[in-house]
Design a protein around this ligand. Structure first.
Ligand code: BG6
Length: 465
């Protein structure tokens, strides 16, 4: 095999939970990643056999496709564990030799490590023959601050051109996130009503029932705004709100998405208390690796506006948080009512845990009456076992997309920069106004102030029927 898929951070959580299961699925389903040797780079003292035994348990637990010993043996035959300290530039001469001995000349490098190592790894890879022609996949966060991210970007681009850099936003690989464009642009019943004249508000929710688990160290530096809003939720917001791209999926989509982010109403135009609520769950400060006086947000709710012709006047409500009553991610589009005595038409795009579309509309109650009731049509795409098995997971899709060079599945730097700046300004305005972090109990729907925020404008959060 002359191609290598090399993972830096091969003993980390992401590799075990997401990357190895995705590569295993690819191996079972015969995806393009099958042609790659999998080189795992880690500091720990494992043999390849020991590493594969560890990997086996994670694959059993997290792979989408059924586990079997024979399939795992075929998969594991492509794995090689290479022990090295990737933060030591001198160690790369050995890596170069390793690749040369195996005749490897085509590379994908996956940097599943903290962003402070990105620059150093990229620069050190300059000493590996052929590496600078390869591709590099980066995991968020792309830096601890916007300034740090810009500096990293500069260092990366001394080795790799922008076309060789793939920044993962795994939400872009989710089945129903990709589907938003089709739902919007292939159905005249939605396409023709998709603006503020007909839509009263849009909600995007990403609720998680788990806390920070073993990632307290990372999360305490990031918080909900940087961990979820600035990347995943802004990606979704901009797909929901963008103009139709001329090439449907492709580079044009990015420029349309970017225009949406740039049209977000500047921070400061509306009072910050009508724009943002930040919260923290009770008990967060005693989580492992979290500062006991932490001011990190584990919940964020927002009321944003896109000041362009399509959306002027329709609020976009966004919320995300950890340790909430349930795990649910959806986009809720509420249409304007023809009269105050009838309910709103509501379209819900369900992203997870189930995938599907829910539509609520008005109908006359059955029987001899003129009373109106709501019909609720619920299409669940992932409810049948057959569909679930056939749907590749986000990381599988994105690894395949990188191999095929499909850049449009990844975040672009200018989107990241724009999202980052906006989120930083919101956070600063919140602090400047002296607004506190609102406490909430684990298992709830977040702080009551987030409900009050919408209630002040005659709205409420949509909780799944
Ligand atoms: C990650 C965040 O990007 O997305 C995590 O860092 C979060 O904090 C995760 O839990 C959620 O992903 P998913 O696919 O489970 O919705």
């Amino acid at each position: 095999m002359s191609k290598a898929f090399t993972i830096f951070g091969g003993t980390g959580d992401l590799t075990f939970r997401k990357l190895l299961p995705a590569l295993y699925n690819g191996s079972v389903s015969g995806a393009e990643s099958m042609d790659y040797q999998i080189v795992i780079i880690g500091r720990r003292d494992y043999t390849t056999e020991q590493y594969c035994e560890l990997a086996r348990d994670w694959v059993k637990k997290f792979a989408r496709l059924p586990y079997s010993d024979s399939a795992f043996t075929r998969f594991a035959a492509r794995i090689d564990y290479y022990r090295m300290d990737f933060s030591d530039p001198a160690a790369y001469a050995g890596l170069n030799q390793y690749f040369t001995d195996r005749g490897i000349d085509e590379f994908i490098f996956y940097l599943a490590v903290a962003p402070r190592f990105f620059g150093l790894i990229a620069e050190s890879l300059a000493g590996v023959r052929g590496a600078s022609r390869g591709k590099v996949i980066l995991e968020k966060p792309f830096g601890e601050t916007l300034e740090a991210a810009k500096e990293l970007n500069r260092r990366l681009e001394t080795i790799f051109s922008p076309e060789q850099i793939y920044r993962i936003d795994h939400y872009l690989g989710k089945e129903m996130v990709r589907n938003i464009e089709t739902i919007r642009f292939s159905n005249p019943i939605f396409t023709n009503l998709w603006d503020a004249r007909f839509i009263e508000s849009v909600q995007i929710s990403a609720l998680e029932d788990v806390g920070v688990e073993s990632r307290g160290g990372y999360y305490d530096e990031a918080g909900a705004m940087k961990d979820m809003v600035q990347n995943h939720l802004f990606q979704i917001l901009s797909i929901v709100a963008m103009e139709r791209p001329s090439d449907y999926i492709g580079s044009d989509m990015h420029s349309e998405q970017l225009k949406v982010l740039r049209a977000l109403r500047p921070v400061g135009r509306d009072p910050i208390e009508d724009t943002l609520v930040l919260g923290q769950y009770d008990g967060y400060r005693t989580e492992k690796l979290v500062d006991p006086h932490s001011q990190t947000d584990t919940y964020a709710a927002m009321r944003l506006f896109i000041d362009n012709d399509r959306w002027r006047g329709a609020p976009f409500y966004i919320r995300t948080g950890k340790k909430l009553g349930e795990r649910e991610m959806n986009v809720v589009v509420t249409f304007r009512r023809p009269r105050p005595d009838v309910a709103h038409n509501v379209l819900v795009i369900r992203i997870q845990p189930t995938e599907g579309v829910y539509l609520q509309f008005n109908i006359q109650k059955p029987g001899d009456t003129t009373e109106i009731t709501q019909a609720k049509m619920d299409f669940c795409q992932s409810c049948s076992l057959e569909n679930r098995i056939n749907t590749p997971e986000a990381y599988e899709r994105l690894i395949g997309a990188c191999i095929r060079g499909e850049h449009f599945w990844f975040s672009q730097w200018d989107q990241i920069e724009t999202g980052w700046e906006y989120v930083a300004q919101l956070r600063q305005a919140y602090e400047k106004a002296g607004l506190p972090l609102r406490n909430y109990t684990g298992g709830s729907y977040g702080p009551s102030e987030a409900d009050d925020l919408l209630a002040r404008f005659g709205h409420s959060w949509f909780n799944s029927p």
